[in-house]
Design a protein around this ligand. Structure first.
Ligand code: OAD
Length: 250
């Protein structure tokens, strides 16, 4: 079925019982965080093979950390947008609401959402793949690059903290994907916002909602390779389209 492509709709989130917001980088564009692709996209400037994969980290962890600290610095001063706040209001009004996000910026949580499934990890978390230690904190820049639990080793031999981010070639975290699939399979409205829908397996997750005959809405100023799978495509920005969809929420 061809989707309805529009800039306005009478659909309202308040009329759904279980809503999943499925978000990508366009969700945070108005907060000042660059997207990955398109004009000004991060991957236009940085080759991900040198900065965002396990091989690059194994080769030169400090270079990867430099890039990671650049991203921490970009995101740290950014505040949730009106769109983030509306999604948080939706969860407050309808506690069954779940956010499944490809974003690592943590802005949904700052806005007040409790049920956020971070498919691609989190910018503010690090882990030690040698001893399993984890650390969460908004240090920017992050300077203690080596895990402190390995005091028995000389400094130069201690393992580096690794950003807890899903890099290119990494598998998604199993429990996160399970929780995401569960929420998506049970929803009756899925609203995909600001994703180019080219990174798998995330891109195809919205299709799971179709099995339950949920209504699929895409918000993106541009068409994406997945647009045809949606029932309604709203061609506008995240903030403007959410303002309309969330009208009438308590
Ligand atoms: P992309 O940068 O690929 O796509 C951003 C999308 O947002 C584009 O389709 C834009 O048209 C749209 N967009 C831009 N401004 C918008 C706005 N104000 N409102 C709504 N939409 C807007 O970002 P993602 O699809 O999130 O993965 O990228 C997916 C994954 O690729 C990321 O999670 C990241 C990246 O490599 C990892 O780092 C593992």
């Amino acid at each position: 079925m061809t989707p309805l492509v529009a800039t306005t709709t009478s659909l309202r989130v308040k009329d759904a019982r279980r809503v999943v917001f499925f978000t990508g980088a366009g969700m945070s564009a108005a907060a000042g965080i660059p997207t990955f692709r398109g004009k000004g996209g991060i991957w236009k400037e940085y080759d991900y093979g040198s900065y965002a994969c396990q091989q690059a980290f194994n080769r030169d962890p400090e270079k990867v950390w430099e890039f990671h600290n650049y991203r921490r610095g970009l995101v740290e001063p950014c505040q949730p947008t009106q769109g983030h706040r509306l999604i948080a209001r939706c969860e407050a009004a309808q506690p069954s609401t779940v956010v499944v996000t490809q974003n690592i910026d943590g802005l949904h949580q700052v806005a007040g959402n409790a049920k956020v499934r971070e498919l691609h990890g989190g910018l503010w978390r690090v882990r030690c793949d040698v001893c399993g230690a984890k650390h969460t904190g908004r240090e920017s820049p992050f300077v203690e690059l080596r895990c402190p639990r390995h005091e028995d080793l000389p400094e130069w031999k201690r393992p580096y903290w690794r950003p807890d981010i899903v890099w290119f070639g990494d598998a998604l975290n199993r429990s996160v994907i399970e929780a995401s699939v569960e929420a998506i399979s049970r929803c009756d409205m899925l609203i995909s916002i600001g994703t180019s829908a080219v990174v798998y397996p995330a891109a195809e997750l919205p299709l799971i909602a179709k099995r339950n005959k949920a209504l699929l809405v895409e918000i993106n100023p541009e068409e994406t390779p997945m647009s045809n799978a949606f029932d309604v495509c709203l061609r506008g920005t995240a903030d403007a389209m959410l303002e309309m969809l969330c009208e009438g929420l308590e």
